[in-house]
Ligand binder design. Structure first.
Ligand SMILES: Cc1cc2nc3c(=O)[nH]c(=O)nc-3n(C[C@H](O)[C@H](O)[C@H](O)COP(=O)(O)OP(=O)(O)OC[C@H]3O[C@@H](n4cnc5c(N)ncnc54)[C@H](O)[C@@H]3O)c2cc1C
Length: 485
């Protein structure tokens, strides 16, 4: 470590790492400080008894046409991270039918038209609208709309609307509040260019970024936490680590939770601090990771990410909270089979891992932990309804509560996607990437760059954009093509 860095980045999530790569590549002296012992934040994997699990993110979107593809190209990441595409990508189980989403968007469109023939023209119109080259047109028409308004303006069939709503259920935001702009960006980046899985697991993506970062001279410090960001004359002057070590810098890029940054880490009061009391974080969740032995693909009807639904209420906000748990009213948001998409891994070990997720509110530190065995059994029982032979394959079980997610990443209340992307919360001015103090920048899912927050493509986008803002601040040229989400 040296005494002074051009830039210090707090956190090695995909937002911080992306930003670090561009800055290190521009010959700046960059240090990333990460509290965990590995990079990636929510985009990490862990191994138990030979099973490999992806903590949160279980596939990448936008690798061919989106921001992830752009970053792979800019940083020459294809040489390090081999990414394959699986198909079908998603299986939506409804009370009376199943719908599969495909890697090829044209096939997804065909599938929807087949299932909802009376809506064929509307489906064509909708996809033509969201896929158009000139995104500015889309932006202008959906900027202030909710998802409900957008879907109502195209479709009549409530089941079809509900399929689009699947992904909001993941975010647990009612369609009448969710930002249509964020939703359209999500569809473009994730549904129409989707199903990418890196060889070696999701961890390979942040590992690849870390390697690129280091190859350009970037330094990364693991198992250290940034405790404070200090200022002098209204300008960033240094950071202090949890062990008291001080590191000088005039530029800090924060990939960490915004509430902790503005309320606890900074020694000055900024306007953003008030906004941490006004904006609402997105939902957290409860996860059960299962290691499955002796599995044949047909037991699970393929390994597409599975979204089970029991009703068609477009505005239902399914998440677990204390009341639902007390009433034993359980549901599953999503089931993912991550290693099943890594053929190289399966050839060696044939160990399938399954992640069962339910959106859940945070409550307090102990509430979920005290009930975790009972809740996980109920969630496995829900999954068993879809996969009747599941219990005869379970080899190991690992549980994560909202507190687990908070503890590992310091994200407020274990929030999965940063600030909730409601129409009222996506304004860039709430948490601008260039903050109101000189030298402090934000990247990741707690900045509000204007298009909604949450998810790997958006955090990566903000990381790239954050690097550009820093370069601008330092009077350096930005030699890359423009990219608008
Ligand atoms: C269960 C789950 C499933 C998900 N599924 C998907 C999916 O399929 N697709 C998708 O696109 N998105 C998904 N998401 C959301 C996505 O993972 C996140 O939005 C995205 O990864 C956030 O990246 P980030 O860089 O903004 O922040 P984070 O991943 O939160 O990383 C922040 C990093 O900063 C570190 N840090 C924080 N404070 C400090 C400090 N003071 N000092 C040092 N280090 C610090 C943390 O340890 C962490 O490594 C999922 C999330 C979860 C939890």
């Amino acid at each position: 470590m040296i005494e002074k860095y051009d830039v210090v980045i707090i956190g090695a999530g995909v937002g911080g790492l992306t930003c670090g790569c561009y800055l290190a590549k521009a010959d700046l002296k960059v240090l990333i400080v990460e509290q965990h012992d590995k990079p990636g934040g929510y985009c990490t994997s862990f191994t138990r008894k030979g099973y490999r699990f992806d903590v949160g993110v279980h596939s990448l979107g936008g690798k061919t046409k989106g921001i992830i593809g752009r970053v792979f190209k800019d940083l020459d990441l294809d040489a390090l991270v081999k990414v394959n595409q699986f198909d079908p990508t998603d299986r939506i189980i409804m009370p009376d039918k199943e719908v599969y989403l495909r890697a090829d968007p044209q096939e997804t469109i065909l599938e929807l038209k087949k299932q909802f023939p009376a809506e064929s023209n509307n489906i064509e119109r909708f996809f033509r609208f969201i896929m158009q080259e000139n995104f500015l047109n889309v932006y202008k028409s959906v900027k202030k709309a909710t998802v409900k308004e957008l879907l109502d303006s195209y479709f009549n069939n409530k089941e079809l609307k509900y399929i689009f709503n699947v992904f909001l259920r993941n975010l647990s935001i009612p369609a009448a509040e969710a930002s249509a702009l964020c939703f359209v960006i999500f569809l473009r980046e994730y549904i129409l260019d989707t199903g990418y899985y890196p060889e070696g697991g999701i961890q390979s993506f942040p590992d690849g970024l870390t390697e690129i970062f280091k190859s350009f001279g970037g330094e990364i410090l693991f198992c250290k936490r940034v405790a404070s960001v200090m200022t002098e004359n209204n300008e960033v002057s240094k950071i202090v680590l949890n062990d008291g070590i001080e590191i000088k810098t005039n530029i800090v890029v924060s990939n960490s939770d915004a509430t902790t940054l503005f309320k606890e880490m900074l020694d000055v009061e900024l306007k953003e601090r008030c906004n941490t009391d006004i904006l609402k974080p997105s939902i957290s969740g409860f996860a059960v990771y299962l290691g499955l032995k002796d599995v044949e693909e047909k037991v699970f009807n393929g390994f597409s990410t599975t979204w089970p639904f029991t009703d068609f209420a477009i505005d239902s906000q399914a998440f677990l909270n204390e009341e639902r748990v007390r009433h034993k009213s359980f549901f599953l948001t999503e089931i993912a089979f991550s290693t099943a998409h890594d053929l190289a891994f399966l050839e060696k070990s044939a160990k399938i891992s399954m992640g069962i997720f339910s959106a859940a509110t945070y409550s307090d530190k102990k509430w979920w932990v005290n009930r975790e065995e009972e809740i996980s059994d109920c969630l496995v029982a829900e999954a068993q309804k879809i996969y009747p032979f599941l219990d005869s394959h379970i080899d190991i079980k690992i549980i994560a509560t909202p507190e687990t997610f908070r503890r590992f990443t310091s994200n407020r209340e274990g929030s999965f996607f940063g600030w909730a992307s409601t129409v009222g919360q996506i304004k860039a001015s709430f948490f601008p990437q260039k903050t109101s103090i000189k030298g402090l920048f934000l990247v990741g899912h707690w900045c509000t760059e204007g298009g909604g927050q949450g998810g790997v493509p958006k955090s990566v986008f903000s990381g790239r954009r954050g690097a550009r803002l820093v370069m601008n601040e330092l009077g350096r040229a930005w030699g890359y093509a423009d990219y608008f989400l």
